[in-house]
Design a protein around this ligand. Sequence first.
Ligand code: S3P
Length: 422
Amino acid sequence: MPGDKSISHRALIFGALATGTTRIRGLLEAEDVINTAKAVTALGAPAAKSGDVWEVKGRGVGGLQQPDAPLDFGNSGTGTRLMMGVIAGHPMTVTMTGDASLSKRPMRRVLGPLKQMGLEILDDGKETLPLAMRGTRDLVPMSYTLPVPSAQVKSAILIAGLHAAGETTVIEKEATRDHTERMLRFFGADVATRPHDGQTHITVKGGAEMHGRDVTVPGDPSSAAFLACAALIVPGSDITIEGVLVNDTRTGLYTTLQEMGGDVTLLNLREEGGEPIADIRVRASHLKGVHVPAERAPSMIDEYPVLAAVAGFAVGETRMDGLAELKVKESDRLAATAAGLHANGIAARVEGDSLIVTGTGRVPGGGTVATHLDHRIAMAFLTIGLASDKPVTVDDTAMIATSFPEFRGLMEQLGARYTEAA
Ligand code: S3P
């Protein structure tokens, strides 16, 4: 599997904030991550590929420089929001821009807490890109309870906290992916995680010193999801996806597929670079509908479009609760998924923050799906087209390159056939 997107962004950013050189193996070379590599380069920490390895020449915490031009993050919410935490701790003025999808996404969730710490928004009151902001050397540490379960918001505050004088604490009610905490520790920052009254308190010490490291990026479970789901629904399939990250803040989809009766096995469990990885064997299976509880949402937030589509091949009702955050992804994924299901003859309804799919074991297909600049909507529906009665069409595939440029090639190796509509 190509490298995990979340870990790839963090390896570049923490490499830039460390002293010395960071070498990254298995970096995901997709548009979102390349935009982060360009951003750290523009901030004075050059990131470039040398042989098989990406190298970042770090500047140390607080040591980045004013860029000459606006930083363009393309389609990437993660790159944008994590970098806001970086800018907050530097006395420089930076303009951030993005594509049409990113320019609609909510930034107040990050800007609110970062402003409390000392970040200045030049066009105050504006909450979407393009945005100009000014950081400071005098960030104020704080304690902040996340109002939404978001690893991006948590990470932005912890990254800002590296630069503040004192301890910054983020309080999480629901566990979200913890790659920032793990990798900050690996780079030498002081990060403590402790349970308290059913919540988790994550504290970072300011004035941090981080040192360049060798990082190996594990395979992306959110991209592997498409291969796994393809294997489950195409009769006779038996595939093994090697070297996939199986951190339990990321594996909700695989648990759900097993509960649906999917033959999904984690093999050869091992650890690489402080993260658990495994090979995932998936065999075609008869699936049944299940209830996916709201508490599981953070650990599979990016996998709902493909799960919902695959639920059409299950027999019975699959009810997915707690999907509010899906509405603010690269598209309104709740609406886009429901529309794609309807277009392909799958019975589905949205009730508040829940999506309910009634599967019959067969999917008519034949529909055209509007992808709204959203890579995961495109890949989810191209996946179910492998087993639907009629082929499935998506209106755009360009965005797939933001997270998984190898998608088509890997699917074709497994036997998929695609045709380009005129
Ligand atoms: C990510 C966190 C999630 C996820 C995104 C990557 C990260 O977003 O949807 O694809 O790398 O921290 P939120 O934290 O906004 O839920």
